[in-house]
Design a protein around this ligand. Structure first.
Ligand SMILES: Nc1nc2c(ncn2[C@@H]2O[C@H](COP(=O)(O)OP(=O)(O)OP(=O)(O)O)[C@@H](O)[C@H]2O)c(=O)[nH]1
Length: 498
């Protein structure tokens, strides 16, 4: 999970404050000192941290706070708001419109992850129905075109470049023209990241920008430089009109907090973060949901977007119909596992669930969880339709289990383990029997019916405990607004996952 240490430290500081019987000056100061230490360790600039402390103390003036006020919630809310302020540049970024051709130019120093990030950006939009294209205008680094070509081919995205032409401006103009003729609506121009002198680099960027007239210039930077990102972002802003920033390698470095806050200080909006080398390890950066996930409060709307991205809405009512009959079959479990795997890296998805803390899914675990889900699906691929659609637990006798194990090349023990997991899920879902089913396309009607009672039945027990039991869940659902399509979340995470 991104910035796991920072998020974990802040959550623990707030938890300790919440557990104090009386919240006096000392308790508040201890809490704020722990948060300050965590932010400084994440390389957030001292001045930003000091101002944050001062602001919180002004807001949470314990003497003024009448005894009846819920000091805990006021302090938590003040910390949440101040963290958002540190990360919010206060300026929106240009967002391309589908169907209307936009040219986006990528700039940044070599090694920042620019070429990879160009492809991630194109791939992200392609998944959302855009027609992206990649132009390699990096004629300085040998192999740049090959790398972009390889990435683009893997992601099945059209690309343009040249081994012969050495003028980046010419290539950029030709590429943009070509893809405009082909009605691509998102044309991405990757520029070189290295020159002998910085002045030459900035001059080239200016020329490419003047020739292609990009609608948006995205500055790509590596989070490991921490708060030094401020100077780097400023320098690039002075040469081309940087309209947005993508911070890469947020999965690897503890200094990501410093980088994010430094960029915000340059008033350039961070729009995405890179969270790994793979194409889908790429996340939209929205300040409030990011801080909410950082503090373990989840991000319902981001999560619902993920669900709707992978599970067509018209499939949901059918799924709900089956579930409302308390009919959770192995086939339904298989379909939910398919959806989870389509949603991208498991930690990305789980971190959107309230109460999720890094401890629940430390970095190493997500690969293991993903592998386990794939193993379960392989075993289910060896099942007959009768076995997949039956809800009669007695059907699965020894000879069937042996046949499935043989067919899937797995141990009998593994098939038994999967059946145990299935029975656990089926038991959880049997409690959802009788849920009112909305008409097609009226999923939001469902979330109005879904209350904390229902939710507490489908969230894994340890996650419910993390949230603070029923009280915490009710409070959270209030904070998060009506959690759209909650059933979709329950359907996917009624104890599913690893
Ligand atoms: N862990 C991690 N690695 C990343 C991320 N983004 C890029 N990388 C890796 O960083 C290395 C450099 O990426 P490139 O795309 O070649 O970046 P670059 O050197 O700026 O490339 P040019 O655009 O040609 O200058 C590659 O190994 C990428 O896989 C990320 O978010 N996380």
């Amino acid at each position: 999970m991104v910035l796991a240490e920072l998020g974990g430290s802040i959550s623990r500081a707030l938890q300790q404050m919440s557990n104090a019987t009386v919240i006096d000056e000392k308790v508040l100061n201890d809490c704020l000192n722990d948060i300050t230490r965590a932010l400084l360790q994440s390389d957030v600039q001292f001045k930003l941290v000091r101002d944050m402390q001062t602001n919180i103390k002004n807001i949470v003036n314990l003497d003024d706070l009448a005894a009846g006020h819920n000091k805990r919630r006021i302090i938590q809310q003040a910390v949440f708001n101040e963290l958002c302020k540190i990360l919010d540049p206060g300026k929106p970024s240009f967002t391309p419109k589908k169907g209307k051709t936009s040219v986006v130019m990528f700039v940044g120093l070599q090694g920042s992850g620019k070429t990879t990030t160009c492809t991630k950006y194109a791939y992200y939009h392609q998944k959302k129905g855009w027609k992206p294209a990649l132009v390699c205008a990096d004629t300085f680094r040998a192999g740049a075109f090959d790398q972009l070509k390889q990435n683009a081919t893997k992601a099945k995205i059209p690309f343009y470049g040249s081994y012969m032409e050495s003028d980046p401006v010419k290539i950029a103009v030709e590429g943009v023209e070509r893809f405009k003729e082909e009605n691509c609506d998102l044309i991405i121009v990757d520029t070189s990241g290295r020159h002998k002198q910085e002045a030459a680099l900035f001059e080239e960027m200016r020329q490419v920008s003047e020739a292609t007239k990009p609608d948006l210039v995205i500055f790509v930077m590596d989070s490991s430089i921490g708060q030094a990102a401020f100077d780097q972002a400023q320098a690039f802003k002075q040469s081309v009109a940087v309209g947005a920033v993508i911070v890469t390698k947020m999965d690897g470095h503890a200094k990501g907090g410093g980088a994010l806050s430094a960029v915000a200080a340059t008033k350039s909006p961070v729009i995405f973060i890179g969270t790994g080398e793979h194409m889908d390890e790429f996340e939209v950066f929205d300040v409030k949901p990011f801080v909410s996930r950082l503090l373990g409060m989840g991000d319902w709307s981001g999560f619902m977007d993920k669900i709707q991205e992978v599970v067509p809405m018209d499939q949901q009512p059918e799924l709900l119909q089956k579930l409302s009959e308390g009919n959770f079959t192995l086939r339904i479990m298989y379909e939910q596992f398919q959806n989870i795997l389509k949603m991208g890296p498991i930690s990305q998805v789980f971190s959107m669930l309230p109460g999720f803390s890094a401890e629940l899914m430390p970095k190493g675990r997500e690969k293991e969880s993903q592998a386990k889900i794939k193993r379960y699906m392989t075993m289910m691929d060896s099942m007959t339709n009768e076995e997949l659609d039956s809800s009669n637990p007695k059907l699965m006798n020894e000879s069937r289990i042996m046949r499935i194990a043989r067919g899937a090349g797995r141990q009998i023990r593994e098939v038994m383990e999967m059946m145990e997991e299935y029975k656990r899920l089926a038991k959880i879902w049997s409690k959802m029997k009788g849920l009112k089913i909305p008409k097609k396309g009226e999923m939001s009607a469902l979330s109005r019916n879904m209350n904390a009672q229902h939710m507490s039945k489908v969230l894994p027990p340890q996650m419910l405990k993390q949230i603070g039991g029923m009280g915490g869940l009710q409070n959270l659902m209030k904070q998060m607004g009506s959690a759209k399509d909650m059933m979709g979340m329950g359907g996917l995470f009624g104890g599913g996952g690893d």
